[in-house]
Design a protein around this ligand. Structure first.
Ligand SMILES: Nc1ncnc2c1ncn2[C@@H]1O[C@H](COP(=O)(O)OP(=O)(O)O)[C@@H](O)[C@H]1O
Ligand SMILES: [Mg+2]
Length: 310
């Protein structure tokens, strides 16, 4: 089982779109996939489940809040992540057979959970007691240890912030993947994201050394690379020059650059409403541009599976 956080502290860069499409693609290739929606906006959740249906059927008992609440309240009975996972199926229209695509849905209150988790530790305080720090940031890591035989891939859709729940995601991850737009502010965002991640990983590992308890092991999430999202393409299928410059900047910093995904409003408008990620739609009914973006998403999915060896 490999765990991958889809992360960027900027909003609107395509984190949720990337998570939904990588998850659905991996499932269509026969991988057992668990997606975890950590964003209180619940965009990933509502990409797959109609909001009113989710509210009636799942909001009370089957969300990430049901995972964190007993932990924060120090309740005896904890919930495993797989017991909270909602099976996603598309009426077997596009994915045949017995593939596993599961979703731990989000909840508006997760923002609150972030604050309550953070309150258990003062992350600005350097000499905080190691066991408190490690405990607060390893809930997802420890819960996923129990799921090792159940899934091939766990994808965590992060909110655009670096709070306690995102630190939980990083601590649980083998890798992280960064969707980014190719513009100036996005390039700044990637640098600060890397800074947050490396400070957190160093601190976590320093704490495991201090505490020296077998239940806490060092973490080492590494970057898989950058996925250029919403890329503007000119006639003749060329990227505009300014974007190429940001790509060069990212590869100059040593990032692997994944297959890009072009900007295409018509495809991403209706697809979440139908609950089927674009990567699984049938291009033959589409315009030439829509067909290209579906192929890009498939190529990206294949590249992702091969790079992670899932
Ligand atoms: N390639 C694309 N072309 C056009 N719109 C896109 C594309 N990818 C995503 N979008 C749209 O952009 C918006 C932000 O994407 P989203 O995945 O929600 O970003 P994030 O999770 O980083 O906030 C959404 O409305 C989404 O449908
Ligand atoms: Mg999102």
């Amino acid at each position: 089982m490999k765990t991958v956080s889809v992360i960027n502290i900027k909003g609107g860069v395509g984190k949720t779109t990337l998570t939904a499409n990588l998850g659905a693609y991996a499932a269509s290739q026969g991988k057992r996939v668990l997606m975890i929606d950590l964003d209180s906006q619940a965009s990933l959740t509502f990409s797959f489940i109609e909001p009113e249906y989710w509210r009636v059927k799942y909001a009370g008992t089957m969300t990430i809040k049901n995972f964190f609440d007993p932990i924060i309240n120090r309740a005896e009975k904890r919930q495993s992540l797989s017991s909270l996972a909602i099976p996603i199926n598309f009426g077997n229209m596009f994915i045949a057979g017995n593939e596993t695509l599961h979703l731990v849905s989000s909840h508006l209150d997760i923002m609150n959970i972030d604050m309550r988790l953070a309150r258990t530790v003062d992350v600005s305080e350097d000499n905080i007691h190691a066991s408190t720090f490690l405990n607060a940031h390893s809930h997802i890591r420890r819960a996923l240890n129990d799921e090792a035989g159940n899934y091939d891939l766990v994808l965590i859709d992060c909110p655009p912030s670096f709070g306690a729940s995102v630190m939980n995601a990083i601590a649980a991850s083998d890798y992280y993947i960064i969707p980014a737009k190719l513009d100036y502010l996005s390039s700044l965002g990637v640098s600060s994201l890397e800074n947050y991640i490396s400070v957190f990983i160093k601190k976590y590992n320093r704490m495991t050394g201090v505490l020296n308890e077998p239940m806490y092991t060092n973490i080492n999430a590494g970057t898989l690379g950058i996925v250029p999202m919403m890329v503007n393409i000119q006639k003749g299928d060329e990227m505009i020059d300014a974007q190429e410059g940001y790509l060069r900047e990212f590869s100059g910093k040593g990032y692997h650059i994944f297959q890009f995904v072009r900007n295409n409003g018509t495809l991403f408008g209706p697809s979440p409403k139908d609950g089927i990620p674009a990567v699984l739609t049938r291009p033959k009914f589409f315009t030439p541009t829509a067909r290209k973006i579906v192929r890009e998403l498939q190529a990206l999915g294949a590249e992702f599976l091969s790079l992670t060896e899932i």
